[in-house]
Design a binder for this molecule. Structure first.
Ligand code: SIN
Length: 284
């Protein structure tokens, strides 16, 4: 049977997040199947494929079906595999969980990655879920007056808080599983529309508490109040999907629309994933 005949997309009840089964991701997807997967990805924002054992070559080949690689700064990639980052936390690690605050990957870049692909190798027996928040649903349910106010605003993004030379990772101790590379480069800022318009015309909030420093044209008090109000709304539990992993599950999320947050709760156990990103376009 061809892969397009076996493909099954099972969305979450509210449409944000979907499981995709019936495919073998270790081989190139036929054109019609790839189009169906891309459509499900855009529609549901987070898609996951259980039971997909993949080696590095296969993970890279899967990623490249969706576009070129993104540029992943400030974390060391695997030796010999410049586009694969090992997201790893050792059983006795004391450092914080990598990615353990709400963010959208590399939103401080001029062209942030469209997608992140994460492939689970070792999943702890407890904890280790990833939370995803839907920026489209958050935008669409905002108070209409606030929606009008923010429609044309720009938000300033920077990697300084986590990755700057005085940032969080520069000052931390006890990290074992990953090599973080703090840099003065991370102090750079880049402004993006606070409300991002996606290729299909839908709008989404494009801000996150880790990388968004402020709102252009507002003073610090106004900007903090505006962002505080927006973050409280967009991270309301109505818009959040909690994703539980199994070994060999591949999950791909849309950074243009979703923010995510890696949870902990698995001290004493190894968690090991391999991650790639897919290049995106400049937000408009
Ligand atoms: C990340 O932020 O890319 C890590 C997500 C996770 O480990 O669940």
């Amino acid at each position: 049977m061809t892969q397009s005949k076996t493909l099954k997309v099972t969305p979450n009840e509210n449409g944000f997040g979907a499981e995709i089964t019936g495919l073998d991701l270790s081989r190139p997807l036929p054109a019609d199947t790839l189009e169906a997967v891309k459509a499900a990805f855009v529609r549901h924002g987070v898609v996951w494929f259980p039971d997909q054992p993949l080696d590095h070559d296969q993970l890279e080949a899967f990623t490249l079906q969706f576009g070129g690689y993104g540029h992943d700064p400030y974390i060391a990639a695997l030796a010999e595999r410049p586009h694969i980052v090992e997201v790893r936390r050792e059983p006795d690690e004391k450092a914080t969980v990598f990615g353990g605050s709400w963010h959208s990957d590399w939103s401080f870049q001029e062209t942030p990655p469209a997608a992140t692909v994460l492939h689970a190798k070792v999943v702890p027996p407890v904890g280790g879920d990833t939370l995803y928040a839907d920026g489209i649903a958050a935008y669409e349910t905002l108070d209409p007056a606030l929606r009008r106010t923010i429609e044309t605003l720009k938000a300033v993004h920077s990697a300084a808080r986590p990755y700057g030379t005085k940032g969080f990772y520069a000052g931390e101790e006890g990290r074992k599983g990953m090599t973080i590379l703090p840099s003065a480069e991370a102090e750079k800022t880049f402004a993006h529309p606070l409300v991002r318009t996606l290729a299909d015309g839908r709008k989404t909030l494009f801000i996150n508490p880790v990388y968004t420093l402020g709102v252009e044209g507002l003073d610090a008090t106004e900007s903090n109040a505006m962002l505080g109000r927006l973050f409280a709304h967009m991270l309301d539990e109505r818009f959040i999907y909690r994703h539980s992993w199994r070994p060999n599950m591949l999950t791909m999320w849309d950074n243009r629309r979703a923010t995510h947050n890696a949870t902990g709760g698995y001290d004493g156990h190894l968690r090991l994933m391999h991650r790639t990103t897919v290049a995106g376009e400049r937000p408009v």
